[in-house]
Design a protein around this ligand. Structure first.
Ligand SMILES: [Zn+2]
Ligand SMILES: [Zn+2]
Length: 180
């Protein structure tokens, strides 16, 4: 399913739409970290059209799963965001490029004279809404860098690392030892 609407359906009175955007994009573009929990994003939006200019306002929401960056346990998060976008008629963006800076504004693009499509717009916003370092909880204590105990669940008896040893150094030692 895509998020689109035929221009002939739009007038100067807002047209309310409720669409779903198939989450296939997640595996392709964020699949090394995230997996879609729901088959699709829910996208609520409305559009008005005056002459050739279409004004769109919308909101999307969806759940995604991931493995916590600190403790590696599976977790889920909900992303949602609101957006506004303007579409102008075919060819209008290039004509205005030099003078009014349409070209530089990511919130304005051209429609093809037949329909508007929001798929790529929503996918890019969804990618931006996914955190770079997803955590199961802001307070996640992670794994002990020495013994690997999940410190959210239990404690271990390892002594704290000396100041000049970062957790990464300990991890490196562990890897080297493991490969021998
Ligand atoms: Zn965690
Ligand atoms: Zn430990």
């Amino acid at each position: 399913m895509s998020v689109s609407c035929n221009l002939s359906l739009l007038t100067s009175t807002p047209t309310e739409r409720s669409d779903t955007l198939d989450n296939g994009w997640c595996a392709e573009r964020a699949g090394d970290v995230f997996r879609a929990v729901d088959p699709a994003l829910a996208v609520q939006w409305s559009a008005t059209k005056v002459a050739e200019v279409v004004e769109v306002k919308g909101h999307f929401r969806g759940r995604f799963g991931f493995d916590c960056s600190r403790c590696a346990e599976p977790a889920e998060l909900t992303i949602e965001d609101s957006f506004e976008h303007h579409f102008v008629g075919p060819g209008q963006l290039d004509a205005g490029e030099e003078t009014d800076g349409f070209d530089a504004d990511p919130d304005i693009s051209e429609h093809d004279g037949v329909q508007i499509e929001l798929d790529e717009l929503v996918i890019e916003l969804a990618l931006l809404a996914l955190p770079t370092v997803p955590l199961c909880d802001e307070g996640c204590k992670g794994l002990c860098p020495q013994c690997g105990t999940n410190l959210n669940r239990s404690t271990c008896s390892c002594s704290p690392l000396a100041d000049n040893r970062t957790p990464w150094a300990a991890l490196q030692d562990f890897k080297i030892a493991g490969s021998r």
